[in-house]
Write a protein that binds this ligand. Structure first.
Ligand SMILES: [Zn+2]
Length: 107
């Protein structure tokens, strides 16, 4: 069985049960996940739009200038998304520890 460690409370659960565990124990994390999905759709759409703009008009500008900008934007949004996710998990984890002091792990 594949086991996965919950990023918030550190409990190990079977991968199959991880979803149920999140829904039962961390409803705010589930909510955050839904918001994330919606946000990533917008971000993916903006990437796509930019790549289309680049394909259509990029060759009229300084070679590869627009393309470099699009790539920088794509990387930038990825990095921001990772940082926001990490901060959110830390925030949820400390909130969890405050409400569940017994679950705190030595690790
Ligand atoms: Zn958990």
């Amino acid at each position: 069985m594949i086991r996965t460690r919950c990023p918030i409370c550190g409990v190990e659960v079977e991968a199959m049960l991880y979803r149920a565990h999140r829904e039962a124990s961390h409803p705010d994390y589930v909510q955050w996940g839904r918001r994330k999905v919606r946000l990533s759709i917008y971000v993916l759409f903006s990437w796509f739009a930019l790549f289309v703009v680049d394909a259509l008009f990029g060759r009229f500008l300084t070679p590869d200038f627009l393309f470099a900008g699009v790539v920088a934007y794509a990387l930038g949004t990825l990095i921001v998304a990772m940082l926001v996710e990490r901060r959110k998990i830390r925030e949820l984890r400390s909130a969890w520890k405050e409400t569940h002091p017994l679950f705190e792990k030595a690790t």
